[in-house]
Write a protein that binds this ligand. Structure first.
Ligand SMILES: N[C@@H](CCC(=O)N[C@@H](CS)C(=O)NCC(=O)O)C(=O)O
Length: 210
């Protein structure tokens, strides 16, 4: 099989699975339990020394980590899937801009939310550290919300892998109660991504609802 994906439920690997589903590519999935810290075991460390998912192995020997690198590589390998607007267009630049915003400004915050003890300078500060991460998280999602110019997707140009990425990342940091009233366009975008025929079965394995 061309693709072997290391992933975990409701994690960044869901975005890779969604892209593979849109492409129509078969892949083998090796599931890790983040709850049980399986990503920190020696076996997985040999795959990805950063001890994070996702990781993708292409053709048995090309290892890729970093969700955005994986998505862009898949898009390059399967241009017919239309995961991004054509090269050289303003639409592509726009999709890349918000893909990178989510990857660099938002995704890293989830580590502080999920593992605040890695960042707090004292055990007593763990909860305050997590709460501050959530505040920053919400502020940055409001920036995305302001920049959703399509309906239902990010851009009027239509669906792209940036929509997949935004949909998956937006599910994190325990903001289910906050999202619908504060970032309704992101919610709508996520519902549309989750309902896409190719993606719906993948989504249902990762998340209970859009
Ligand atoms: N920059 C990496 C971040 C990957 C990442 O943080 N993955 C999370 C799951 S969504 C993870 O594996 N966390 C486990 C840990 O930090 O121990 C990427 O974009 O792929």
């Amino acid at each position: 099989m061309t693709y072997l994906l290391y992933g975990a439920r409701a994690s960044g690997s869901c975005a890779i699975e969604c892209a593979l589903a849109e492409i129509g590519a078969d892949y083998e999935l090796r599931k890790l339990s983040l709850r049980n810290d399986e990503q920190r075991g020696a076996e997985y460390e040999a795959i990805n020394p950063q001890r994070k998912v996702p990781a993708l192995v292409i053709d048995g020997d090309q290892l890729l980590t970093e969700s955005v690198a994986i998505l862009l590589t898949l898009e390059e390998r399967h241009p017919e899937a239309g995961l991004l607007p054509p090269k050289g267009t303003a639409g592509r630049a726009h999709a890349l801009r918000w893909l990178l915003f989510a990857a660099t400004e938002i995704y890293p915050i989830v580590e502080i939310n999920d593992y605040p003890e890695r960042f707090a300078t004292a055990p007593a500060e763990t909860e305050a550290t997590r709460e501050r991460a959530r505040e920053i998280w919400r502020t940055r999602w409001l920036v995305v919300e302001e920049n959703v110019s399509g309906d239902p997707y990010l851009s009027g140009d239509g669906f792209s892998l940036t929509d997949i990425y935004l949909a998956v990342v937006s599910r994190w940091a325990q903001q289910n109660a906050w999202r619908p009233t504060h970032i309704p366009k992101v919610e709508c975008l996520t519902g549309a991504v989750a309902a896409r025929p190719a993606i719906a079965p993948v989504w249902a394995r990762h998340f209970r609802t859009p």
